[in-house]
Design a protein around this ligand. Structure first.
Ligand SMILES: *Cc1c(COP(=O)(O)O)cnc(C)c1O
Length: 402
């Protein structure tokens, strides 16, 4: 018999757009004995996970639970339950994930009005509001933190779009995949009707689950729709029967993945939400200070930068891909490249969850400085590290990365 070797992956520091580094306690939790999906101990854990998710989402929505698949399934769950043939949709697009929402709305037979801005620019809120007033859409959707560009939509703009959506009697879907666990969320206060996220970004849990939350009003719409939801797996009426009061079997919950999420949420609340959000901001500020010393610049303008993901412009004459390959091969660091119109033009550095700390910043700055020097550039890496550390330790109370 030939001997098979177990897969043994390298230890890579994950500073890309996700997955993010996973805390050893989360990995350990996932290797605990498997319970049945209706076992009383597991049901108690489900209740705990749901309560914790409500806290990070900033909501009292009873329907708040992890869908058994990655973030894109959460996106699909929101759209398949709230859109049907002929639904008038307004989608704000300023990156790749907004495009995905458009695709899904179209697949449901929706009539989609796209409000587009260039990648790297903020969402065009004025045009969103105007289009909502004109179109009176049943559905409005956009991405809170666009991971393909590093743009974050400020709270007051989210609130303004929600208000306009409700005045038109529509429902607002918010993509919170990258923001949940890294940024203060307030679904109820903002007026968001349906939101979804993923475990592998700022929650610091391996990919595989998608926390979602539906308001009672959105649940009512999903209940009252004239035609059945086109997806059986993602039908919120059925999912609510397992995660809600009846505990009726729908599909077998991915037990070990739920253990991991519960452990990840324990870490979130041990640290405290506010401390966690502040840690993300400080790490991003330190990174931006350091890259500026290296002669690099962030893509996104001040006031719209999302702390969990910083896009960095690739200087003229630098081979973006070679830098990434050098980081992976020599420094054991993963960062992301540009997508769509930004391919080859930016690097995306994620400081998410457990990875949002000074040690990650110092490692990626060292690696970047080294990679640039290999391409013949002269950069003061020592000064970049010193500056990052100084900015990280400064007592600055602002909420914005830089
Ligand atoms: C990662 C991401 C998604 C997709 O999530 P998957 O887990 O890859 O399916 C959607 N939206 C945003 C903003 C993301 O960052």
């Amino acid at each position: 018999m030939s001997e098979r070797l177990a897969f043994s992956p390298s230890e890579i520091l994950l500073l890309g757009p996700g997955p993010s580094p996973v805390h050893p306690r989360v990995l350990a939790a996932q290797s605990a004995p498997v319970l049945g999906h209706l076992d009383p101990e597991f049901v108690a854990l489900m209740d705990r996970v749901q309560a914790d998710l409500r806290s990070v989402f900033g909501t009292n929505n009873p329907f708040t639970l992890p869908i058994s698949a990655t973030g894109s399934a959460g996106m699909e769950a929101c759209i398949v339950n709230l859109a049907q043939p002929g639904t008038n949709c307004v989608v704000g697009v300023h990156g790749v994930f907004g495009e995905r929402m458009v695709d899904l709305c179209e697949r449901q037979g929706g009539t989609v009005h796209v409000v587009r801005s260039d990648y790297g620019k903020p969402l065009d809120v004025e045009r969103m509001l105007q289009t909502i007033r004109e179109q009176k859409p049943g559905l409005v959707a956009f991405v809170h933190a666009e991971t393909s560009t590093g743009v974050l939509t400020p709270d007051d703009e989210v609130r303004a779009i929600a208000r306009a959506t409700h005045e038109a009697d529509g429902y607002l879907i918010l993509d919170c995949v990258t923001s949940l666990g890294g940024r203060r969320m307030a679904l109820d206060d903002w007026g968001v009707d349906a939101a979804y996220s993923g475990t592998q970004k700022c929650l610091g849990v391996p990919p595989g689950l998608s926390p979602v939350s539906f308001s009672d009003r959105a649940m009512q719409a999903a209940r009252d729709r004239p035609s059945r939801c086109t997806s059986w797996y993602l039908d919120v009426n059925l999912l609510g029967g397992y995660w809600g009061g009846e505990r009726k079997y729908h599909h077998t919950a991915p037990i070990s993945a739920v253990y991991g999420l519960a452990a990840g949420l324990d870490l979130v609340f041990e640290e405290g939400l506010e401390a966690r959000f502040a840690r993300h901001v400080r790490a991003a500020r330190a990174l931006i200070a350091g890259i500026e010393v290296l002669g690099l610049s962030p893509l996104v303008e001040t006031g719209y930068r999302t702390p969990m993901l910083t896009s960095v412009n690739v200087p003229d004459g630098i081979d973006a891909k070679a830098v990434m390959q050098h980081l992976r091969a020599v420094h054991k660091i993963e960062i992301g490249g540009g997508l769509g119109s930004l391919a080859g033009k930016i690097w995306r550095i994620g400081l998410m969850g457990h990875g949002a700390r000074l040690t990650s910043v110092l490692r990626v700055l060292s690696g970047l400085g080294d990679a640039l020097q290999r391409q013949g550039e002269t950069r003061d890496v020592t000064e970049a590290l010193r500056m990052a550390e100084a900015v990280h330790d400064a007592q600055d109370r602002t909420d914005s990365p830089a």
